[in-house]
Ligand binder design. Structure first.
Ligand SMILES: Cc1ncc(COP(=O)(O)O)c(C=O)c1O
Length: 389
C-alpha cells in the first residue's frame, strides 16, 4: 500500500487471502493433478450446497459462464435478449458472442437494477430470454421478472457475477441468489468479487439436462471427462458430438475458491457491517445518497455505490478523494456508450442508466477495512462535496 500524508492509501477493494489458501494451492501443486479434476468437483458440490442449488458447474470465469448459459437456452443468431446496458460490458458481450442482439432496457434509479416495467416495450417476437443482473450484489426484482418471463415463455439467466451470498425473500424464506430462481445463474471469482480464485466462474441450475449440456460445452464437447478416463480400468475412447470450448477452471483455482467459500458467512457478515457503517455515516451528508435495499433483498455489498447530488462534479469528487489517498470508481459503465454498441443506437431510452454512470461513485469496501477507514472516507466525502460544485 502507498501512503498519503503518512496515512495508508485506502484501495477500492482488496482480496482477502490467507495462509489457508496458500496451503491449499501447495497441496494441489503437489498432488499431480492441476487442471479441472477432483478439486473442481468438490468445489461444485460445496458451492451447490452453500447456495441451495441442485447443480453447479465450474468454468473459467463469469463471461464464459454467461456464454454457456445463453447457449444452453439455445440463444442464437436472430434472437433478442432483454438485458441492461448498465453493467460491466461482459453482460452484453456474451449475448453478441451467441450471435444474438442485446435489447437494452433502463434500470431503476434506486437499485441500479433492470426495471421490469420496461419489459413490455422491449418484447418482440424475436425475444428469447431475459438476462438480468444483480448489480453490485443487490438482488433484482426476481418476482416481477419471473412473472413476465412465464407469461411470455422466456428463459431467465441471472448474471450473479457480484452476488455470491446475497439473498432474496421468497414467501417468508430468505434464499441465496443463484438457487437459481430463473433457469441459470452465473457467478464470478474475479478478485473484485466477494469470493475469489484470481479468475473463475460458476453456473448453477435446477435442471440436470442444462447442467449436462454446460459440462459438455465447457470441455470441447468431449463425451468422457479426463477424470473418468483416468480412473477407468479399461480403455475408454471419447468422442466430440458438439462444438465446444475450453472454459475449464483449474484445480489450483478451485482449491482457493473452496477455502474462500468456507468463509462466505463471515465475509458477508463483515461486508454488511461495513455497509451499515457507511449508511450511518452518510446520514450526515445530504448531498450524497446511500444505496437502497428493498425489504425483500439483502445485498452482500460487493460494491458500495453512492449517488451525488445533481450539481456535484463526479470527477472532481473522485479526484478530491484520491488526493486524500482514497481510491474510488465511477458508477457502473453503460455498454451502449462504447464503440461496439453505438450503432445501431439503443431502441429504448436509457436515461437512468446514463445518470447512474455519471452521477454515482463506488466507495472502498473490503474485508479488512476498519471502522476508522470508513470514517475517513465519509469525512473526506463530506469535505469533497463542499469543493466539487
Ligand atoms: C455484472 C458482471 N457480469 C459479468 C462479469 C464478468 O465476470 P468475469 O470477469 O469473471 O468474466 C462481471 C465482472 O466484473 C460483472 O461485474
Amino acid at each position: 500500500m502507498t501512503e498519503t500524508d503518512g496515512r495508508k492509501t485506502i484501495p477500492i477493494a482488496r482480496p482477502w487471502i490467507g495462509e489457508e489458501e496458500i496451503e491449499a494451492v501447495s497441496r494441489v501443486l503437489r498432488s499431480g493433478w492441476i487442471t479441472q479434476g477432483p478439486e473442481v468437483a468438490k468445489l461444485e458440490q460445496e458451492f451447490a450446497l452453500a447456495i441451495g442449488a441442485d447443480h453447479a458447474c465450474a468454468v473459467s470465469n463469469c463471461t464464459t459462464a454467461l456464454h454457456l448459459a445463453l447457449l444452453a437456452l439455445e440463444v442464437g443468431p436472430g434472437d433478442e435478449v432483454i438485458t441492461v446496458s448498465h453493467s460491466f460490458i461482459a453482460t452484453a458481450n456474451t449475448v453478441r458472442m451467441c450471435g444474438a442482439t442485446p435489447i437494452f432496457v433502463d434500470v431503476e434509479p434506486a437499485t441500479f437494477n433492470i426495471d421490469p416495467e420496461r419489459f413490455e416495450e422491449a418484447l418482440t417476437d424475436r425475444t428469447k430470454a431475459i438476462l438480468c443482473v444483480h448489480q453490485m450484489g443487490m438482488p433484482c426484482d426476481l418476482g416481477a421478472i419471473l412473472r413476465f418471463s412465464r407469461r411470455h415463455s422466456l428463459g431467465v439467466i441471472e448474471d450473479a457475477a457480484c452476488a455470491i451470498g446475497s439473498e432474496v425473500q421468497v414467501e417468508e424464506r430468505w434464499e441465496r441468489i443463484g438457487k437459481p430462481h430463473g433457469d441459470l445463474a452465473c457467478f464470478s471469482f474475479h478478485p473484485r468479487k466477494v469470493v475469489t480464485a484470481g479468475e473463475g466462474g460458476m453456473i448453477t441450475s435446477s435442471s440436470g439436462k442444462l447442467d449436462d449440456e454446460i459440462r459438455l460445452l465447457r470441455h470441447q464437447g468431449m463425451s468422457i471427462s479426463d477424470a473418468v478416463r483416468h480412473e477407468s480400468a479399461s480403455v475408454l475412447v471419447e468422442s466430440y458430438p458438439v462444438l465446444g470450448y475450453n472454459y475449464r477452471l483449474t484445480d489450483i483455482q478451485a482449491a482457493v475458491a473452496r477455502v474462500q467459500l468456507g468463509r462466505l458467512p463471515e465475509i458477508v457478515e463483515q461486508r454488511r457491517r461495513l455497509g451499515a457503517l457507511y449508511a450511518a455515516g452518510l446520514d450526515r451528508v445530504p448531498e450524497v445518497r446511500a444505496p437502497h435495499e428493498a425489504d425483500w433483498a439483502r445485498s452482500n455489498w460487493q460494491s458500495y455505490c453512492v449517488r451525488l447530488a445533481g450539481d456535484l462534479k463526479q470527477e472532481r469528487v473522485m479526484q478530491f478523494l484520491l488526493d486524500r489517498g482514497i481510491s474510488t470508481r465511477r458508477g457502473i459503465m453503460c455498454a451502449h456508450r462504447e464503440d461496439p454498441y453505438r450503432s445501431p443506437p439503443p431502441r429504448h431510452t436509457l436515461t437512468e442508466s446514463e445518470r447512474a454512470q455519471d452521477r454515482c461513485i463506488l466507495l472502498p469496501l473490503y474485508q479488512e477495512m476498519s471502522e476508522g477507514e470508513i470514517e475517513r472516507v465519509v469525512d473526506a466525502l463530506a469535505e469533497a462535496v463542499g469543493h466539487s460544485r
